[in-house]
Design a binder for this molecule. Structure first.
Ligand SMILES: NC(=O)C1=CN([C@@H]2O[C@H](COP(=O)(O)OP(=O)(O)OC[C@H]3O[C@@H](n4cnc5c(N)ncnc54)[C@H](O)[C@@H]3O)[C@@H](O)[C@H]2O)C=CC1
Ligand SMILES: O=C(O)C1=N[C@H](C(=O)O)C[C@H](O)C1
Length: 267
């Protein structure tokens, strides 16, 4: 069977470098054909310290890359601003995006959905590729039918750019699908320090912790008289995301539209 030809954007990142290691392990099925980075233009991946031994070239310009190499999939693990441009450009060139990058606006996601549909090619955007995190979100949606009072606490390393996390926003969106909109806490509550009650999403609260030593952690705490229900997921290593990225690469080849959320392609 032909290998799936993959470009990775953000190869030196915490996620991108892990994705390269996954591709190396899966080289019977996946072929790295290029990387997109904002440094090391023209270098081979093998020549960049700390990266696995691939002869694929690094490009600083995505259009140049997409014209130079024949690719099936672009895996983007960069930053909110750059990731959107990469995803849009890949779709315009008929290359299927598999996007882990978070922090896209609702408007950007809508534009990408429409573009994929107009091009008739697949794309997968997932705020979290860890199967356990996806299950956490699904369980939270189930619980929210019975427990409308909920607060999300997400904890990440202190190098994360966006807050709340994409996972927390996606969790709140799933809960919103089954929860009557309501404000939580005392109606006259007052923040004596701005931000004390966290971010507000349709009356739910989202709290973002950023500390060195953390990777990716979230708990969804539901409250009702006499009881609490806490649903919790921890990613201790970025390897936790790799099986989901591999699943998305395999699945996107069969899609002709944009899918948002790994739960939509899990068996
Ligand atoms: N969906 C998921 O399961 C997960 C998603 N993420 C998301 O993935 C993204 C990356 O996360 P990390 O790897 O932790 O960040 P990171 O900061 O370690 O890596 C980002 C990489 O993007 C590169 N970059 C910046 N500008 C670029 C450009 N113009 N062209 C190419 N590369 C460029 C940087 O050099 C860096 O290596 C974030 O948005 C994060 O939220 C992170 C973990 C899991
Ligand atoms: O930046 C990270 O690390 C992560 N970002 C994603 C998010 O914003 O939800 C997924 C995971 O939480 C790790």
């Amino acid at each position: 069977m032909n290998k799936i030809k993959v470009i990775v954007a953000g190869p030196r990142g915490k996620m991108g470098s892990e994705a390269l290691r996954m591709i190396k392990k899966e080289e019977e099925e996946l072929e790295l054909v290029a990387c997109i980075d904002h440094k090391f233009d023209g270098y081979k991946v093998i020549d960049v310290e700390g990266l696995p031994p691939f002869d694929a070239l690094i490009y600083n310009n995505i259009e140049e890359c997409l014209q130079a190499v024949d690719a099936d999939v672009l895996v983007d693990l960069t930053t909110p601003e750059v990731g959107y441009k990469h995803t849009k450009t890949a779709l315009e060139h008929g290359v299927r995006p598999v996007v882990g990058t978070t922090g896209f606006s609702d408007q950007q996601l809508l534009e990408l959905t429409d573009l994929a549909e107009s091009k008739g090619i697949g794309a997968v955007i997932a705020p979290n590729f860890a199967v356990g995190a996806v299950l956490m979100m699904q369980f939270a949606k189930m619980a929210a039918k019975y427990f409308p009072d909920v607060e999300i606490i997400e904890r990440h390393h202190d190098q994360k750019l966006d807050a709340p996390s994409g996972t927390a926003v996606k969790t709140a969106q799933l809960i919103q699908e089954v929860r009557e909109s309501k404000q939580q806490g005392h109606p006259d509550e007052k923040e004596t320090i701005k931000g004390a009650r966290g971010a507000d999403f349709d009356g739910m609260k989202i709290h973002s912790v950023r500390l060195p030593g953390l990777v990716a952690h979230q708990e969804v705490v539901f409250g009702s008289p006499g009881q609490n229900l806490t649903i919790k997921h921890d990613s201790f290593h970025r390897e936790s995301f790799m099986s989901g990225i591999k699943l998305a690469i395999d699945h996107v080849m069969k899609l002709d539209l944009l899918v948002y959320g790994l739960e939509n392609i899990m068996e």
